[in-house]
Design a protein around this ligand. Structure first.
Ligand code: 7PM
Length: 302
C-alpha cells in the first residue's frame, strides 16, 4: 500500500519513510527577546532542517511538557500563524502544525499548513469538524490522560489492545464525520502515559498498527525511554534516537518526528539503500536506475 498526503496542491508520497523536523515556537525555545527575532530564528531553524533533508516541518506553539501551563487560543495563534505563513512563503516544504485547538488549526491551514498533528487526537470540541471541513491531513495520536498528569497513573488492561481500541474508535469517529481515509495518519504516542517498557513494547510490536491500513508516525527523538534505559541525559540521546528510528521504519513507520534532522536523514538514506537490495532481478535494476536519476537531479539542482 502506498500512502500519500495532499493539501494546498502539494502531495507528500509516503512510499519511503519521511523525516519530520521539530520546530518548537514556545517562548523558551527561541529565547532571544522580541517577537521579530523569534520569528526570524524560527524560520532560520526551519530552513536549516529543510536543507538537511526534512520532508515535513512540525510547528508547535503549545508546550506538551508535563506540568506546562496551558496556552490561550490567542497566544498560540500569535506564536504559530506568523511562522507558518513565513515558512509557506519562503521554504519548499510540507508544513505540519502541532495543535489541539480548532481555531489554530483553521488559521494555520489558511496560512499554508498542510497537516495537523494533534496529540489529543481531535478531542477538543470543534476540532474534528474543523479538520473535516478543511479537508486537511491529520495525525491521530494515542495519549493516556493529559500532558500534565499522563505519567502519574498509568494503567492498561492490555497495552496493545487498549491503544488499538482507542485508535479504532477514533478512526471510526473521523470517517463517520466525513473525513477522507487518505487524510489520516496514526501514532501510538510514545512517551504519552506509558512506562519505559510499555514504550518499548509498542515499538517491538509496531507492525500491529501497520495492519490498520493507515500510515504510522512515530515520535521518539531524545525521549525518556532512551534516557531511562541507558542513563543518557537528554542532550546525549542521539544514538538511541537513531537506533529506534531505524527500528521503527523497519517495523513499517512512514513518518519519523525528530530533532536531529541531518543525522536521521543520513541513517534513513543508508537504511533505504540496503532495503532496496531485499528485492532481486529486473525490479532492483529498475530501482537502482531511478535512484541514480534522482541523485543526479538533486546534484544539478544544487
Ligand atoms: C515533553 C513531553 C516535551 C513530550 C516534549 C514532548 C509527539 C508529538 C510530541 C509524538 C506526535 C517530544 C514530545 N511527541 N506528536 N509531539 N507524536 N504526533 O518529546 O510522539 O517531542 S512532544
Amino acid at each position: 500500500m502506498i500512502y500519500r498526503l495532499t493539501a494546498h496542491g502539494r502531495t507528500l508520497s509516503l512510499a519511503e519513510p519521511r523525516v519530520m523536523g521539530i520546530l518548537n515556537v514556545t517562548p523558551d525555545s527561541f529565547s532571544d527577546g522580541g517577537t521579530h527575532c523569534t520569528l526570524d530564528s524560527a524560520v532560520i531553524h526551519a530552513s536549516k532542517m529543510v536543507n538537511d533533508g526534512a520532508d515535513i516541518i512540525d510547528v508547535g506553539g503549545e508546550s506538551t511538557r508535563p506540568g506546562a501551563a496551558e496556552v490561550s487560543v490567542q497566544e498560540e495563534l500569535d506564536r504559530v500563524v506568523p511562522v507558518v505563513e513565513k515558512i509557506a512563503k519562503e521554504l519548499d516544504t510540507f508544513i505540519s502544525v502541532d495543535t489541539s485547538k480548532p481555531e489554530v488549526m483553521r488559521e494555520a491551514f489558511n496560512a499554508g499548513a498542510h497537516m495537523i498533528n494533534d496529540i489529543r487526537a481531535l478531542n477538543v470540541e470543534g476540532a474534528l469538524e474543523t479538520c473535516v471541513e478543511l479537508n486537511v491531513p491529520v495525525c491521530l495520536m494515542h495519549m493516556m490522560g493529559e500532558p500534565k498528569n499522563m505519567q502519574e497513573d498509568i494503567h492498561y488492561r492490555d497495552l496493545l489492545g487498549d491503544i488499538s481500541e482507542f485508535l479504532f474508535k477514533k478512526l471510526h469517529q473521523c470517517l463517520n464525520a466525513g473525513m477522507s481515509k487518505q487524510n489520516i495518519v496514526i501514532d501510538p504516542g510514545i512517551g504519552f502515559g506509558k512506562t519505559m517498557d510499555q514504550n518499548y513494547e509498542l515499538l517491538g510490536r509496531l507492525d500491529t498498527f501497520g495492519s490498520f491500513g493507515y500510515p504510522i508516525l512515530v515520535g521518539l527523538s531524545r525521549k525518556s525511554l532512551i534516557g531511562k534505559l541507558t542513563g543518557a541525559p537528554v542532550d546525549a540521546r542521539l544514538p538511541g534516537s537513531l537506533a529506534l528510528a531505524m527500528y521503527s521504519v523497519n517495523k513499517g513507520a512512514k513518518i519519523i518526528r525528530v530533532h536531529d534532522v541531518a543525522e536521521t536523514v543520513q541513517a534513513l538514506t543508508c537504511w533505504n539503500h540496503a532495503k532496496m537490495f531485499e528485492r532481486k532481478g529486473p525490479k532492483l535494476r529498475e530501482l537502482l536506475k531511478i535512484t541514480k536519476l534522482i541523485k543526479n537531479r538533486k546534484k544539478t539542482n544544487e
